[in-house]
Design a binder for this molecule. Sequence first.
Ligand SMILES: *Cc1c(COP(=O)(O)O)cnc(C)c1O
Length: 384
Amino acid sequence: MYLKFPSVPMIMTPGPTYVSEEVRDALSQKITNPDLDLNFYEYYKKTCEKVQQLLNTENEVLILSGEGILGLEAACASLVEPGDKVLCIENGIFGKGFGDFLKMYGGEVEYFTSGYRKAIDVKALEDFLEKNHDFKLATFVHCETPSGITNPIKQINSSLKKYGILSIVDAVSSIGGEEIETDKWDIDILLGGSQKCLSAPPGITFLSISQKAWKIILDRKTPITGFYVNLANWKSWYEDKWFPYTPPISDIFGFSVAVERLLKDNDRLERHKKIANAVRKSLISGGLELYPKDGFSNTVTTVVLPKGTSFKVIYNKMLSEHNIMIGGAFDFLKNQVFRIGHMGENCYEDKLYLTLKGLDNVLRDLGFELKVKLHKYFIENLDS
Ligand SMILES: *Cc1c(COP(=O)(O)O)cnc(C)c1O
């Protein structure tokens, strides 16, 4: 395979991701007044229905103006009342961060963790729940993006359901790239963002909300703190033809096309699996160490920084010499790892081939002796 390095920076980060021309065209469409134009209410509704299809759910879906974090915060703000006992199941930065939102809205948070370099241990969680299960709800993350770990969402959720614990799941970086069966698995709130596997620009979050979750939101004893995070404001937007605030119409035009593209892409889950697997094989065979010990994500790969280098050096060389942008991480992973996103529009052979070829050059240049040619090994392992 011979491919030229890109002439403009190619973003291979775990979000934001590449935005297709079709989505960019949709973003630039003429707008209407979305609060007044009844056609826009139908368009918004159709877009929500497309998201339902993507999430395999009949639960109501809302699309909100704000990045993924707004979805997390809105779920916590709307469901948690002061003094509620809530469980934060976590094995990384986003999972733990959920606990901060739970606390912010008055939740009495208990944390469960079974180690940071592995997927959440369902057996250990079940043992914990056997003794402690007096929780109104639990939060967890499907793909812990900074760590590159995908948690067993179905099994975690079914453990929670045994005790009638409501679930709020952050699937921001997995929706579109990993299997998700919202209804079959009985997930109460599943939330995502526009800039990961959906490959639309950042700025939109969406949530699916079960009947049980709605009941809790609408039957609270205390009012919801905040307006922007108050999901109850959205309960009858369609009947009333009223949005709590003017929707970001252009972003929704782009987002809608992005969801359609995913729905048409029948082998996307297979492709994410195949590419992720080949990326990991090539990095490991080259002598690099992956951060996760198990639970490897199909949308992002997190690699321990080789000794003697820094993220900044690798990042700068990748960008200045090959026009490829890779991700670092923050919090306790800052300058410990680098990350390659292979999600959504970036999950194609040619893009990973070039990314690995660039990385191969950069690491050799820095004196790291790779045991195989990363890009060649990647191609050879695509079908294994
Ligand atoms: C990207 C992401 C979010 C949104 O966070 P930002 O850093 O603001 O983009 C939330 N949860 C997960 C798991 C994510 O990957």
